[in-house]
Write a protein that binds this ligand. Structure first.
Ligand SMILES: Nc1ncnc2c1ncn2[C@@H]1O[C@H](COP(=O)(O)OP(=O)(O)O)[C@@H](O)[C@H]1O
Ligand SMILES: Cc1ncc(COP(=O)(O)O)c(C=O)c1O
Length: 273
């Protein structure tokens, strides 16, 4: 049994955050574990504004000590980390326990929120987590912030951002253009860069707002496939198909939010032996 770990925030609605990660880990037949960093709530009476309650960093550290008291996870991912002190705690645990297959999803922006969440975390993620990342998966906004390039509107900008982020130490960078990157071909386009070549991952753009949790789920699927021993390019390719199926079979939650369905890839006949 391969083991996977998420260090992430809780999304009470169940679509994103550690809930998305654990569901996805299970879909890939891995045993998921979680260290919770923050609790996100949304207010139906205030235009669905998001609030973040951070868990004491010391408690995050104790969760990690608890998890690493067992066999080492075969892969781990980080999501929303909440407090800057938490980023230090996570890096300390990585130095102490030396896990392999580290996926850093640098969550700085949630869909459905006008502003950027936790932009002050960007510097700490860049300095402490990118140097130990086997894979990092910023969306278009996060890649603009982490690279310092700001708004990325052309393919050349995205490639430049990937090169800069790779320069901070992440071995593989995947910039999720998703539906944010405007292109003439109606494609959801992501860029994969491993320091050698740029690969574009493309899928038809789905015209749906039921996309809450897509980013977390994409990174969680990569984590699970790495835990199962496959290559990074394989992991990213199947994660793209997994999240594509999940968005197609998404369903509305309320007038503000629509969920993806994490079980859609299995429903469409995958994972059957
Ligand atoms: N409307 C869509 N149609 C097809 N794929 C999408 C769509 N929106 C996002 N994706 C894909 O889902 C994954 C997550 O991307 P995105 O939603 O941009 O991340 P985040 O949740 O971090 O903002 C990427 O592989 C992206 O290309
Ligand atoms: C705890 C948590 N993590 C991450 C996210 C980002 O979600 P997505 O995968 O839609 O970008 C959210 C969004 O609400 C969240 O609540």
């Amino acid at each position: 049994m391969k083991k996977t770990l998420t260090i992430a925030g809780s999304d009470a609605t169940g679509g994103a955050g550690l809930q998305a990660d654990l569901k996805t880990f299970q879909e890939y037949g891995t045993f998921g574990m979680s260290a919770i960093t923050s609790i996100v709530t949304m207010d139906i009476h205030d235009n669905w504004s998001h609030s973040i309650e951070t868990i004491e960093p010391e408690v995050v550290g104790r969760q990690l000590d608890t998890i690493f008291a067992g066999d080492k996870p075969d892969a781990l991912k980080t999501g929303m980390l909440g407090d800057i002190r938490t980023i230090t705690v996570v890096r300390d645990a990585i130095d102490r326990y030396q896990p392999k297959n580290i996926v850093i999803d640098p969550v700085l922006a949630c869909k459905g929120t006008a502003g950027i969440l936790l932009s002050e975390n960007a510097d700490s993620i860049r300095e402490l987590l990118l140097p130990v990342a086997d894979v990092t998966t910023p969306n278009l906004i996060e890649a603009g912030i982490l690279s310092g390039l700001g708004e990325l509107t052309r393919l050349a900008d995205i490639e430049k951002a990937a090169t800069i982020i790779h320069g901070y130490g992440a071995k593989t960078v995947i910039i999720k253009g998703g539906r944010r990157f405007d292109n003439q071909h109606d494609e959801a386009l992501d860029l994969f860069y491993d320091g050698h070549a740029f690969h574009y991952l493309k899928s038809p753009l789905i015209h749906s707002d039921n996309n809450h949790g897509a980013g977390c789920t994409f990174a969680a699927a990569i984590t699970a496939v790495l835990a199962n021993g496959q290559s990074i390019l394989d992991a990213v390719t199947t994660a793209k198909a997994f999240v594509h199926a999940a968005i197609i079979k998404g369903h509305p939650f309320n007038q503000y939010l629509g969920h993806i369905w994490h079980g859609a890839y299995r429903d469409s006949g995958h994972f059957k032996s």
